[in-house]
Design a protein around this ligand. Structure first.
Ligand code: ADP
Ligand code: ZN
Length: 729
């Protein structure tokens, strides 16, 4: 049959840059284009990658000759309608340019180049004249007729690769190009199915059924740490695999541990494909293509994996759904959990949210019956949850200048004597959060930010945690010029290490803090060392809170349980509860009994009380009541407008101008502008406006209407819109 003539000579192309609109291009005669096709186009003076967003485009006849041609059609599978629709949706919701959202879908790398070729060797001709024992070993090895890579052959025969090269040169061996290894092999849904407890089986059955039925549904797997949530949602994964569908398991980046990948492979026989920020470029490119081609069945990834071009997605799982790391705080400000629910709805597939401490938003959705609520109230194997006690710092605190109370120190000692591990948790990097001159009271502050410099002894620098500014510790006070008068105020993990080393000489202590981690690979190694029992005391920031299983860890001491409650964040209580619950939950997962100790100045605080009484429901009930009363999410909606600029007055004036043009609406309240809690960052002054609306209000549409009235930000001024903000500093 003859190809129909091309009737669509013009297409609209969306390019992955900070633009909302598409541009029209002419389609050259050589190829036909349809929406979703990935192409290159001239954009200004350069060439850009782009995606056909619409065909059948009408262009005014007078403009025809000025249109540029699409240059190339690239050899990728087209982006499916569901993904293009998702891009439009996320852009509309977050008020980010469509091009920026598209950019997250096109992380295939600019220039892929051919996959790196692996060269294999095999026997080709008669044995060489000059024979050595090394050569003999190689020839004996390859006598089985199998092809091996050069390095494999050398390794297995115990010779250098030079020996192999020599044999190739003399014609005894020949080389051949091996096909590239797949990104991931096919997981086997029936590789190792666990025996479930009754309650686990019920939850697994529900998930399996929702996968069988297909269609959009949300299930919350809500279970204490160690209850088997992962095993249970693996059943949903297995069922999707049986249906030959692709699965996405999202995790907070830092929880994407080797331990998890190993667990996956213990259940399914092979490791899944990974997607995260540290993926090497070539691996990234190959993974992207394999996902688009449907060659990869399961992707375990950080939030950006949500934007991959799945060929046939059948299930999404969000592990640790409450984790604040799911919110991207720069570029496109999106919440990966919420957008995942949207994507599942678009694609009409089930989504599973898992957590031991679900977000208040999710709990409310479950209570309203919008999400199936699957509860696993007990640890698998009958281990008890750790018992939690408060150490009242007002009455039994440590001596001055110390941070580990005598009671906590005693407990650590007992734990080590029992041959167990202890974790001291403090969510503060560095040695001390403040450096102060004892003579005049001068405090070392960042020159660019409204923040104190944090003493990092290990690096011998004072560091700003907001802009990265750093300086060596000063010899003398910049104000009173006294020498040797600076003192460190307050603890960070490095300071705790000193204290622990004094209290427990000869014990093996490891500090785990993101600034001391050189790479994810290294971190995985260190976590493994802990799991193997190579350390007695672990001192860590929230890096240690997530997803790790330390069999010998039975004692957790929270050095400053009040730390997270102090800021003005409406979710401060929830965050503290989740973090502390999770950290304490690291204890007693395997054998023996777990203990948690909270050092606090306010043991009567609802968060502490709920942790001590292990009364999660009491915490949620109280928190939900407060949110309902104040109209905070999920009972109302918020958006935040951050206005920043190099000049304080100019910035404030701009913020006022923005407030002045806000559309009047009975249901919407605009608060501010007010100086942000962190009033200066990187030399930029910051003012915030907060927008509050009812729950079922189209806040994005309201904001769009508003933004159309806002004068263009000039000079250093900048306006950033954040719908459903998670961060308020
Ligand atoms: P969670 O995700 O709720 O923290 P996990 O799924 O990690 O719980 O389970 C905790 C531990 O118990 C893991 O080591 C897991 O392999 C084990 N486990 C849970 N359920 C079962 C089961 N039905 N059979 C065997 N082991 C199980
Ligand atoms: Zn700074």
């Amino acid at each position: 049959m003859a190809k129909p003539p091309i009737t669509k000579p013009f297409v609209d192309i969306l390019v992955p840059v900070a633009l909302d609109q598409t541009y029209s291009y002419r389609v050259p005669k050589e190829f036909d284009l349809a929406p979703g096709d990935i192409v290159t186009v001239p954009l200004g003076a350069r060439e850009a990658i782009g995606v056909v967003w619409a065909d059948d485009v009408d262009v005014r006849p007078g403009l025809h000759n000025r249109m540029k041609d699409v240059e190339l059609k690239l050899d990728y599978p087209p982006l499916k309608p569901e993904l293009r629709k998702f891009v439009d949706w996320v852009s509309g919701y977050t008020l980010s340019p469509r091009g920026m959202v598209l950019r997250m879908c096109l992380r295939m790398g600019n220039d892929l180049g051919p996959a790196r070729e692996k060269v294999g060797v095999r026997i080709a001709g008669p044995a060489p004249k000059r024979m050595t024992t090394a050569r003999m070993r190689v020839l004996q090895l390859l006598a089985d007729g199998l092809v091996r890579t050069k390095s494999e052959a050398a390794h297995e025969a115990g010779v250098s690769t030079g020996v192999i090269d020599g044999l190739v040169d003399e014609g005894a061996l020949e080389t051949l190009v091996l096909p590239p290894e797949p990104v991931a092999r096919q997981p086997d849904p029936d590789f190792a199915v666990p025996e479930f407890s009754d309650i686990q089986r019920k939850a697994a059955d529900t998930l399996r059924t929702s996968v069988d039925m297909g269609g959009f549904s949300v299930a919350l797997v809500d279970g204490v740490t160690g209850s088997g949530k992962t095993e249970v949602y693996f059943e949903a994964v297995a069922q999707a695999l049986r249906h030959k569908k692709q699965v996405l398991i999202l995790m907070p980046e830092i929880a994407l541990t080797a331990q998890f990948l190993d667990r996956f492979s213990a259940r399914f026989g092979v490791r899944p494909a990974e997607w995260h920020s540290e993926l090497a470029p070539r691996k990234r490119a190959r993974t992207w293509s394999a996902v688009a081609a449907g060659e990869v069945s399961v992707v375990v990834g950080a939030r950006s994996a949500l934007f991959l071009p799945y060929a046939d997605l059948g299930l999404i799982v969000i592990d640790e759904e409450h984790d604040p790391a799911y919110k991207q705080e720069d570029g496109v400000r999106y919440h990966a959990r919420d957008m995942a629910v949207v994507r599942a709805r678009e694609v009409k597939i089930p989504i599973v949210l898992a957590s031991a401490t679900p977000s208040v938003e999710t709990v409310v959705n479950a209570r309203r019956g919008r999400y199936a609520h699957l509860q696993l109230p007990e640890r698998f194997g009958g281990q008890h949850l750790p018992s939690v006690e408060a150490i009242d710092l007002r009455r039994e605190g440590p001596p001055r200048g110390r941070f580990i109370s005598p009671r906590l120190a005693e407990q650590v000692k007992f734990a080590i004597e029992r041959g167990e591990q202890a974790l001291l948790f403090l969510n503060r990097r560095g040695f001390a959060p403040l450096t102060l001159c004892n003579a005049c009271g001068y405090r070392m502050a960042c020159p660019n930010c409204d923040a104190w410099l944090v003493d990092h002894r290990f690096k011998r620098r004072l560091v700003c945690h907001h802009c990265g500014y750093s300086m060596p510790p000063p010899e003398q006070c910049p104000k009173c010029e006294a020498k040797g008068t600076f003192v460190a105020v307050g603890p960070g993990v490095e300071r705790l290490e000193h204290e622990a080393a004094e209290l427990f000489p000869d014990k093996r202590i490891l500090v785990l803090s993101s600034d001391l981690v050189e790479s994810m690979e290294r971190l995985r190694q260190e976590l493994d060392d802990v799991a193997q029992g190579r350390f007695d005391i672990i001192i860590g920031t929230q890096l240690v809170a997530k997803g790790h299983h330390f069999p010998k860890l039975n004692l957790v001491g929270i050095v400053d349980a009040d730390l997270g409650l102090a800021n003005g964040d409406p979710r401060a209580g929830e965050r503290s509860f989740q973090l502390l619950h999770q950290v304490v939950g690291r204890a007693g997962r395997e054998e023996g009994r777990g203990y948690g100790f909270l050092q606090t100045h306010q043991p009567e605080h609802p968060v502490m009380r709920a942790l001590i009484a292990q009364d999660r429901e009491a915490f949620y009930a109280a928190e939900i009541e407060v949110r309902e009363k104040t109209g905070y999410p999920p009972f109302g909606r918020l958006a935040s407008l951050l206005v920043s600029g190099a000049d304080k007055h100019e910035t404030e004036a701009f913020a006022r101008k923005i407030a002045a043009v806000s559309p009047i609406h009975d249901d919407v309240r605009v608060l501010g502008p007010a100086e942000a809690p962190l009033a200066v960052v990187r030399g930029r002054y910051r003012f915030r406006l907060l927008v509050k609306s009812p729950r079922n209000f189209d806040l994005s549409a309201y904001l769009r209407q508003w933004m159309a009235e806002v004068p263009k930000a000039k000079g250093t001024l900048k306006l950033e819109v954040d719908v459903d903000p998670q961060s308020f500093f």
